[in-house]
Design a binder for this molecule. Structure first.
Ligand code: ATP
Ligand code: LTN
Length: 334
């Protein structure tokens, strides 16, 4: 792996089966970056336990996310694919950064506000609150230049940058200050039942999202029932968030511009448009589903991939952590 290449880091929580939002907002973009950058793609299982998880579901989802990464075209010989809890430097740097992150900053994070509203009040964990400093540790350990994520992660990225700058100013230059890398189209795929909020794998309404595990007919059914509006004109408008979302999905997958799609559907009803969007999605996800199912039958191969990935990640992460410990004033053991 060329040392002169810029570094990319990103991650997904194994908090359920992945959605079309995770695929279009994150993984699909990552596959285009593998040649040009030194890429680390992580499965952030430590972030997933910030809300309560059944151990057996977490295990299953972790392997499923890894299989999805590979099935979508991330080649483990070219990029580093690994599981966060396998590299203990994440927890260790996370602690140091917790001690540099302010209570007020964490309290302003919209993801924390949204997720803590969904929990019963008494069950909001300290882990959910300090989630962003662990995320900063993930990124800063690898001297990351760019972080490809969906729009919802912009605020966390800003905080990671602030923490990096704060550390560098206090102890001297240690971390590269990372930049967000957010695509113009597909960065926020919306909920199919309420197109004013983002599609999320932890939503309780299963009609609100397309899962990468949904079969062809389920995908068609969910698009048919997706909430739009009563205008009946396919065009790009903020007053038509449902149609705007479908246009974004269609454009992101086919590469066709929104203008050209709008032109083609002039005078046609929503029902034809919805069916066509569904077909585009079905054709995109079918090969991915088949490949993932095949990979999941070969657990030995998946284990080989995550072991090799953890080794590579650990090498880099340890170097950064050693520097950090020294600068903070911890006495080295050897
Ligand atoms: P959860 O519902 O458990 O919070 P999530 O579905 O929001 O999870 P994450 O694991 O938090 O997914 O996110 C993984 C990646 O997918 C991130 O880069 C995030 O920005 C992106 N992402 C998640 N949802 C969407 C969406 N609806 N549109 C575009 N990108 C998304
Ligand atoms: N918070 C992210 C997941 C995540 C992440 C990261 C993304 C954890 N660590 C580091 C990019 C870089 C989310 O998508 N909810």
């Amino acid at each position: 792996m060329g040392n002169d290449k810029k570094v990319i880091f990103s991650g997904i929580q194994p908090s359920g089966s992945l959605t079309l939002g995770n695929y279009l907002g994150a993984i699909k973009n990552w596959t285009t970056l593998a040649d040009e950058y030194n890429c680390y793609f992580c499965i952030v299982d430590m972030h997933a336990i910030t809300v309560s998880k059944e151990p057996k579901d977490l295990r299953k989802n972790t392997l499923e996310v890894l299989a999805n990464y590979i099935a979508a075209g991330l080649n483990p010989d070219k990029v580093t694919l690994f599981i966060q809890s396998h590299v203990s430097a994440h927890a260790e740097l996370g602690w140091v950064l917790n001690c540099l992150t302010y209570y007020g900053e964490l309290g302003r994070m919209t993801q924390f506000k949204d997720k803590s509203k969904k929990q019963q009040n008494s069950n909001i964990t300290a882990g959910l609150f300090t989630y962003p400093s662990l995320m900063a540790a993930d990124i800063l350990l690898y001297q990351t230049d760019l972080v490809p994520v969906g729009e919802d992660q912009r605020q966390h990225l800003e905080l990671a940058r602030d923490i990096a700058i704060r550390f560098n100013n206090k102890y001297s230059k240690t971390f590269v200050v990372p930049e967000p890398y957010i695509a113009k189209i597909g960065a926020k795929i919306m909920n199919l039942q309420d197109p004013t909020i983002k599609m999320s794998k932890s939503d309780t309404n299963d009609k609100s999202y397309i899962l990468l595990t949904d079969d062809d007919d389920e995908i068609r059914r969910k698009f048919k029932r997706s909430v739009t509006d009563s205008l009946g004109i396919v065009k790009l408008s903020n007053d038509q968030p449902g149609i705007k979302n479908l246009l974004g999905i269609y454009s992101k997958i086919t590469g066709e511009t929104i203008e050209s799609i709008v032109e083609r559907y002039e005078g046609k009803g929503y029902s034809i448009f919805k069916d066509d969007v569904a077909e585009v999605v079905v054709n995109e996800l079918r090969p991915l589903r088949l490949k993932r199912e095949e990979l999941l039958k070969n657990k030995d191969y998946l284990q080989e991939v995550f072991q090799k990935g953890a080794e590579k990640a650990e090498n880099t992460a340890r170097k950064t952590l050693r520097k950090v410990y020294k600068k903070v004033g911890f006495i080295p053991r050897y």
